[in-house]
Design a protein around this ligand. Structure first.
Ligand code: ATP
Ligand code: MG
Length: 576
């Protein structure tokens, strides 16, 4: 079961849907079964959301099922914290899996399949070290060199493989390899490793195993065991598909899953790779996996992005057969669209400057009527206090303004949103020459809603009444990674060359934006005093904000800016 498309959005056609539709029409597939298969070695990011939406939405559309499967074949990198976080994130996005599965639950069956391969002469125990295996694999232009252990007898292989399982051999001393073709133009078919020895405790199977299957062996078999019909993954696995099919064929599984590849999501202004995101967390560059600057689902949630906006974004970008980079601002566009009619609009002063309205009666408080959302009258109105002392935004005053500055400056008049016109009469400075207060006058005839037209002003600014103002912290964000489509070099091989990976990591760490977070202290309207974690508001002129779920509470209010109000970004014409 999964989240429904908003009524305005019809599913965009994509090639995977067409394949599934044909499979269903031809009767090849009776029930569509997909899976979302994260490795629990980190938190999910917005790229995973694309895969989640695709898998769940497609199965849903065809009345099928989707499993959440933990691809947990590497005990060294995986743990239970990640398992829990992944489940939370998938549910938060609005999806509920049909079965919760762990690849590690199939280890016994996978072992039996490996034994079957050995008996067929299709797999052998190899004593080469990982380094020697890499060295003898050949290159794109040269064939690989067959392992000296390639022709071991079936009996010897069965015996050694059993003893590998029983823990007789040290880590890394032996592997089980498929016997395919050392001269294959596809390097993945040059006797790939199927099993390796790792003496480590596994978060799900404990100490039961000390041999672990490789992705290329475990994945097709997990798909087959679950009856997955369409195994959808990202393009870097395209070259692995022949091996996927080889495993399915040679293991003679009962069901025959098929793999289809789509383009992974790359976004500007960030990195989408658990490996790099983990580095940011480990080096303390961000405040955990859910730091609002992170492109993780947890980070986006904490920042204030909504599941509806993320799903709408994922559906809009669609799937293709070639990689590209999507503009981060497109994601922002969808959250603005989602919050436009839902978030109440209020006033917040982020960098306060005190204003005393000298001709307003001392001690008087007036309650003014204000609309909660002019674009959505159903949200009603509220009353906000006004008095002799208010705060305005420091940026809304300039002592020596440039031409065409329409906000406050000495002698100039502006409109206070929902209230009156005020004119700046005097600037008060401290000994250091800093502006500490403005003294203004107001004109009672100009009250908002009174129909006053005798005089016009060019600027409207926001404010908060001082005696009722609620102190608040505001966190403003800029991109975490300085420009471009940074370290997304992760598009290559799933297991990449160690050297290249280190280079890419170093280059991306060099582009960290030192100014990605700005913390301000100001005021919000009294009505926000009891705002709850994840309440969302539009602050007049500042953008959309979310009450931070971690640091708010016990009298403290922290607002994360989700997105500013405007952007130069426009949806591509064909996407509107
Ligand atoms: P990462 O490189 O971030 O670690 P991964 O591919 O190793 O990603 P997995 O947990 O193995 O992460 O991925 C689970 C599923 O999500 C896979 O099917 C994978 O193809 C898909 N996926 C991962 N990243 C993206 C992305 N950027 N865009 C679309 N799908 C993705
Ligand atoms: Mg991975």
């Amino acid at each position: 079961m999964s989240a429904k498309l908003p009524e305005t959005q019809t599913p965009s056609p994509n090639f995977i849907r067409n394949i599934i539709a044909e499979d269903v029409a031809s009767g090849r597939v009776k029930e569509v079964i997909t899976r979302f298969p994260p490795e629990p070695n980190g938190y999910l990011h917005i790229g995973h959301a694309k895969s989640i939406c695709l898998n769940f939405d497609l199965a849903d559309e065809f009345g099928g099922r989707t499993n959440l499967r933990f691809d947990d074949t590497n005990p060294l990198k995986e743990n239970e914290e990640y398992v829990k976080a992944i489940m939370e994130d998938v549910r938060w996005l609005g999806y509920e899996w049909d079965n919760l599965c762990y690849a590690s639950d199939y280890f016994e069956q996978m072992y039996e399949y490996a034994v079957r391969l050995i008996k067929k002469g299709k797999a052998y125990v190899c004593d080469l070290s990982p380094e020697e295996i890499r060295r003898t694999r050949g290159t794109l232009t040269e064939p690989g060199i067959p392992s000296p252990y390639r022709n071991r007898s079936v009996e010897e292989n069965l015996d050694l493989f059993r003893r590998m399982r029983e823990g007789e051999f040290p880590e890394g001393s032996r592997t089980l390899r498929a016997k395919i073709d050392m001269a294959s133009p596809n390097i993945n078919l040059r006797d790939p490793v199927l099993y390796r020895i790792v003496h480590a405790r596994h978060h799900h199977t404990g100490d039961k195993w000390c041999i672990y299957p490789m992705y290329d062996f475990a994945h097709p078999l997990s798909d087959a065991i679950e009856g997955v019909t369409h195994s959808i993954c990202t393009l870097e696995f395209e070259d692995h598909r022949p091996l996927y099919d080889w495993v399915i064929r040679e293991c003679e599984t009962e069901t025959v899953p098929r793999q289809y590849e789509f383009n992974r999501l790359n976004l500007t202004q960030t990195v989408l790779s658990k490996r790099y995101l983990k580095l940011l967390v480990e080096r303390g560059i961000v405040d955990g996996w859910d730091d609002p600057r992170m492109p993780t689902i947890a980070g986006l949630r904490r920042r204030g992005f909504t599941p509806d906006a993320i799903r709408a974004f994922c559906r809009e970008i669609g799937v293709a057969k070639s990689n590209s980079v999507v503009d981060w601002r497109m994601l922002e566009h969808f959250v603005r669209e989602d919050l436009k009619l839902k978030a109440p609009r209020t006033m917040a002063v982020l960098r306060p400057l005190k204003v005393v309205i000298v001709n307003y009666p001392e001690g008087q408080i007036e309650w003014l009527e204000a609309e909660n959302n002019p674009e959505n009258p159903e949200m009603g109105t509220r009353r906000i206090p006004f008095s002799r002392e208010i705060y305005i935004e420091r940026e809304d005053f300039m002592e020596n303004p440039p031409p065409k500055y329409h906000r406050l400056f000495p002698g100039n008049e502006v409109r206070l949103k929902h209230a009156y016109f005020i004119r700046c009469e005097e600037v008060v400075k401290n000994e250091a020459g800093e502006i500490v207060e403005l003294r203004c006058t107001y004109d009672p005839a100009t009250k908002s809603g009174s129909g006053f037209t005798a005089r016009k002003v060019k600027g409207t600014i926001h404010w908060v009444e001082a005696s009722h103002a609620v102190p608040a912290e505001f966190r403003l964000y800029e991109p975490l990674i300085l420009d471009g489509n940074s370290g997304d070099a992760d598009n290559e091989e799933p297991e990449g060359e160690a050297g290249e990976a280190a280079d890419a990591a170093a280059s991306f760490l060099g582009r960290i934006n030192p100014k990605s977070l700005e913390v301000l202290h100001g005021f919000v309207e009294p009505g926000l005093k009891d705002a709850k974690p994840h309440d969302k508001f539009q602050f007049f002129r500042h953008g959309y904000f979310n009450v931070d779920p971690r640091d708010s509470g016990a009298g403290r209010l922290v607002f994360n800016r989700i997105v500013s109000l405007k952007s130069s970004y426009e949806l591509p014409v064909d996407a509107r």
